[in-house]
Design a protein around this ligand. Structure first.
Ligand code: MRU
Length: 365
């Protein structure tokens, strides 16, 4: 990956203002806004080959389930071009192997495997000579479709929130589910944006989201840019916020939704769902169809990514924990469907999700 000059990412890609476009395809190169250094610096990284994309996904230059899927789709284009430039006999087989490696860059967000599968399908249907163009068209379509899905879910989710009546209320969100995590606008943050523009909510509470601080660094930044009132809180303040009637809904995204409606999302989501149920607060999950995995009967089958112990033992490069301490660092958890009031998707809303309602909307695997 190469670093290019610092530049601003703000770009108007829909009639709405303030949609960031952190993934860009320009001059045969994939440009990614480096989420590791936001909001202090806006740095773009250039990915010129599939290994660059894999590194970017693993190191969290690009993160968030839909964004990872989009980056992987462009990664497939780079993989094809790398093989095509070698013009060797086993190019097709080598591309297949590279796609397998790409799909395994991170395990939990199904959007990654889904996007790579779409690329594999094109390999079956297109001759080698035209495959490159087909893969690029696919990546652009996945990118655009995700933005369109977010705008749709924003409207649907806001409609659900609108049933609460006329008095604006506070909502709590976790991790970053905005433009940075998607093709633009956001899933949970898209609903929050739409609800804010309709005057339905008056305050967003953003969990800081330990240990990677997606909430503190990215969500707070995105909401501030939009002029949406945001209060940053520690993850452990959530129960107290709820007990003090500060929030009426918790609104989160998803990395993988199983056939029974169980939802894998950023670590801490499950705790929020338990707390919300205890306090009589409603719980909304927002995710596009590409996050749904009907091949898994329940969340028990979802692989949960464990990340490096340094994420907990150090803070801003400074060691904070004693040497040799054992570390438990799962970066996702699974919220059981029975704790979820509604899953908002681009195909429709599922209230009190269960396997029958999921299958009615998404079919069988
Ligand atoms: O580890 P991350 O930052 O990739 O995790 C992201 C999340 O958990 C998001 O909530 C999820 O991907 C939904 S983003 C629209």
């Amino acid at each position: 990956m190469q670093t290019t000059e610092t530049q601003t990412a703000a770009q108007s890609v829909t009639p709405r203002d303030c949609i960031l476009s952190p993934i860009q395809w320009r001059d045969d190169t994939l440009l990614l806004l480096d989420q590791r250094v936001l909001p202090a610096s806006e740095v773009w990284l250039e990915c010129r080959n599939p290994q660059d994309v894999i590194d970017a996904i693993q190191k969290m230059v690009v993160r968030g389930a839909p964004a990872i899927g989009i980056a992987a789709a462009y990664g497939a284009v780079l993989a094809y071009r790398e093989q095509a430039s070698k013009a060797s006999v086993g190019a097709s087989e080598a591309l297949r192997t590279q796609l397998d490696t790409l799909a395994e860059a991170r395990p939990t967000a199904v959007n990654l495997a889904w996007a790579v599968n779409e690329a594999r399908t094109l390999m079956q249907n297109y001759a080698w000579d035209v495959l490159g163009d087909a893969l690029l068209a696919l990546a652009k379509r996945i990118h655009q479709d995700d933005l369109a899905a977010n705008l749709l879910m924003g409207e649907s989710g806001a409609e659900v929130l609108g049933q609460e009546g006329d008095t604006p209320f506070g909502v709590l969100t976790h991790c970053n589910t905005g433009s940075l995590a998607t093709g633009g606008y956001g899933t949970a943050l898209g609903v929050i944006r739409s609800a804010w523009s309709k005057g339905l909510i008056d305050q967003v509470y953003a969990d800081e989201t330990r240990p990677w601080l997606q909430g503190a660094r990215l969500t707070a930044w995105e909401l501030q840019k939009d002029g949406i009132p945001v209060v940053l809180n520690t993850d452990s303040a959530a129960a107290w916020l709820m007990a003090n009637d500060r929030v009426r809904w918790v609104i989160v995204g998803a990395d993988r939704i199983a056939a029974n409606g169980d939802v894998a999302n950023k670590i801490g989501t499950y705790s929020l769902a338990v707390l919300a149920r205890h306090h009589g607060i409603r719980f909304m999950v927002v995710a596009p169809e590409s996050t749904v995995d009907m091949s898994l009967m329940s969340g028990k089958g979802i692989e949960i990514e464990q990340r490096a112990q340094e994420e907990l033992t150090s803070l801003a490069g400074q060691r904070i924990a004693p040497e040799n301490v054992e570390v438990f660092n799962p970066v996702f958890d699974v919220t059981p469907a029975e704790l979820i009031d509604v899953i908002v998707t681009d195909k429709g809303c599922i209230f009190d999700p269960d396997i029958n309602k999921m299958q009615a909307l998404f079919g069988h695997a």
